[in-house]
Design a protein around this ligand. Sequence first.
Ligand SMILES: *Cc1c(COP(=O)(O)O)cnc(C)c1O
Length: 372
Amino acid sequence: MASPPTAKISITRVEFGPEEESSVLDVLRSGQVAQGPRVEQLEAAFRDLVGVEHAIAMSSGTTALVAALQALDLTDGAEVVTSPFTFIATVNAVLEAGATVTFSDIGDDFTLDPAGVAAAVTDATAAIMPVHLYGLPADMVAIGAVARAHDLHLVEDACQAHGALVAGRPVGSFGVGCFSLYATKNVSSGEGGMVTTDDAALADRLRLLRNQGMRARYEYVMAGHNYRLTDLQAALAIPQLGRLADATERRRQNAEKLTAGLAGLPGLVLPETPVDRTHVWHQYTVRVSEGARLDRDALGAALDTFGIGTSVFYPRVAFDYDCYRTHPRVRVAEVPNARRAASEVLSLPVHPGLGDDDVDRIIDVVRMLLAP
Ligand SMILES: *Cc1c(COP(=O)(O)O)cnc(C)c1O
């Protein structure tokens, strides 16, 4: 008898349940769809998650980053040091805010190397912007020390790391935290973002920037923008924040199962979580390095033919495009570790929608393809 066709295991699955349906329906029926009480409720939930005094909802992770930088009132020519191995929004946000972007290389954990950051600081540096990539926080203890030593702002790109901890402290609480609520992120409102801070004056500027620089109706106190999130979007994200701990635990179990099952294959380097940091497994990313039976692209293609979706985050270092290489406010750098990562990384499915049988199938197929 023929076995039933196996469903494809996708790299992400966007799933909303009955809680989201009724939450969004309530907003629709209330007639209050723009920013209102649901946005406030979501902000309160983020204050709890991150353990800060202020959370300010924004229209996306990108506008959260832009607003955070704008609220810092950087001077002309100010430089922001960030990771060359990130989603391009990190770079675009710095440029949008009018600053110059400079880069420091990453370490084996795919996040900014603190020693490299210290070496990249110049007299013009105003801020450090670490990226908590794949759900793993950067080394915020060491990077925080660099920021304090040079009196620099710290803006965390926590778009992929909702709820991750460093030394027991949530990401987004070390500096100004920026989160994304994009469809495929660990918490989603379709499109959306959040800025977190303990600084009341900064929070005030962020709320003004978000709403046309308006303190009261038609009372403008700065040139602002429309970075608002809607109550419809907030209503989608609120139930997910309530389930975030469970969803993250499921991601962690999937990651541990993958790591146990994929150990010992030649050339396959599995992700490790450094001590004193927690990983929230936005992605499970391996390196397919020298000595592997297939190279990264061949492995990804082979997995696809077996119905297993994979993705490359990211195929090039962030500035490695003509529009950035020639940009007057992009300072390119030698970043061999980031270049090597871009050529070797492959993300395997780890999302909470996977069953144990799905994870077993991923392990079996990868082992079949890479075992000597
Ligand atoms: C998703 C993401 C962003 C941007 O968030 P959007 O909500 O898509 O604007 C920024 N940085 C990183 C690392 C991201 O993954």
